[in-house]
Design a binder for this molecule. Structure first.
Ligand code: NAD
Length: 343
């Protein structure tokens, strides 16, 4: 196994821990990027990677991304991420063992759901450690499924980008899953026209029930609209799709929307406004953070609504400093993390 420190995606991570192993019946990696601002928080992804190397790449990149997202959202949290790439035993037992591994880290890493993980998995972890979130709580307490808050953060950002109202505006939404569908509902309630694409027929049908028209999965980015909202998987904005984009503004919930850094510059060159993904999709982690800190549910919505003015400030910074929006966001958080390291 490669030394994580020699990996191209290594970014001064504080710790990279291989958990489980052949004898344990499950295997994974916990990457702690930074605890400068607070405990490293970020979900646990369950994925069948082609190689352990690919799992490590994902853990390193995603954990750095969480440092940035958490710092940008003004949360008292650092960034970390876990990936589990092998489970050969009963799933509950595997997550209990993973819970033991999280406990051993002594609170430097806090886990929650990510792609492939469920509330049941988090409950199994919670049997062994308190360093876990993403579990529905009693009425009035923050907790549970983060996707409604992610959708709300994207929605308020879209409104701000469109001058305060979505009434009569056309929004092209790529992916009507947990986040995308809830976003469609909010947009529909305020009178937006929807164009939706999804590979999943059932999810497409429920969007159609809101009055959405549909586009094919490989052309949704090119649909003529006031705004394009990527809410499926990452890396959808690349040299080809950027050339074909049919909307002047992009704002969506998907993580890692730009395939490469050059794509940020390509968007600027085409005069397209790009809302950096991790600025606008922080609603979920804001909810998770409040849950972990035992805060009441009603503090969450105001914090999520604060994403919209924060986005406008990032776009202003980008303009005034001739940076791409993504570069401007990265610069702001790097400064924040560096300042916290000094204290
Ligand atoms: P999800 O799996 O519920 O939804 C994804 C949807 O995209 C599904 O309906 C799927 O069928 C569809 N899809 C997949 N490939 C597609 C394609 N090529 N074209 C069109 N549709 C396609 O996931 P989600 O929780 O809604 O997350 C969506 C995105 O938002 C992901 O990138 C995720 O990492 C990100 N995100 C989610 C949250 C959250 O709170 N759930 C928080 C932050 C970021």
């Amino acid at each position: 196994m490669m030394d994580p420190k020699k990996h191209p995606s290594f970014d001064g991570h504080e710790d990279v821990v291989f958990v489980g192993g052949e004898a344990e019946g499950y295997a994974g990696i916990v990457a702690i990027h930074s605890t400068a601002i607070g405990p490293a928080a970020g979900g646990c992804r369950i994925w069948d990677y082609d190689s352990t190397e690919d799992a490590l790449t994902d853990a390193l990149r995603l954990s750095r991304g969480m440092s940035y997202k958490n710092a940008m959202a003004d949360l008292p949290l650092g960034g970390g991420k876990a990936v589990i790439y092998k489970i050969n035993i009963d799933r509950v037992e595997a997550f209990q063992k993973f819970g033991d591994a999280v406990e051993k880290l002594g609170g430097r890493y806090i886990t929650a759901e990510d792609v492939g993980a469920s509330v049941a998995d988090m409950r199994a972890i919670a049997g062994r450690t308190s360093y876990v979130a993403g579990i529905p709580k009693e009425h009035g307490q923050a907790g549970g499924d983060p996707s409604p808050m992610t959708a709300l953060g994207v929605f308020v950002s879209i409104k701000a980008l469109l001058g305060g109202s979505v009434q009569g505006r056309t929004i092209a939404v790529q992916g009507a899953g947990a986040v995308g569908y809830k976003l469609c509902k909010l947009l529909n309630e305020e009178g937006a026209k929807l164009i939706v694409a999804d590979v999943n027929e059932k999810n497409l049908e429920r969007a159609k029930a809101l009055g959405a028209t549909t586009a094919s999965v490989d052309r949704i980015h090119a649909a003529g609209a006031d705004l394009f909202s990527p809410c499926a998987l990452g890396a959808g904005l690349n040299a080809r799709t950027i050339r074909e984009l049919g909307a002047p503004i992009i704002c969506g919930g998907a993580n890692n929307q730009l395939a490469t850094d050059d794509d940020g510059a390509r968007l600027v060159a085409r005069g397209i406004t790009y809302a950096p993904d991790y600025v606008v999709n922080a609603g979920g982690i804001i909810n998770v953070s409040a849950e972990y800190l035992g805060e009441p549910a009603d503090v969450v919505e105001d914090r999520v609504r604060a994403i919209a003015p924060r986005l406008l400030r990032v776009l202003e910074t980008a303009k005034s400093e001739s940076l791409t929006p993504h570069q401007a966001a990265d610069r702001i958080v790097r400064e924040r993390i560096a300042a916290a390291k000094k204290n």
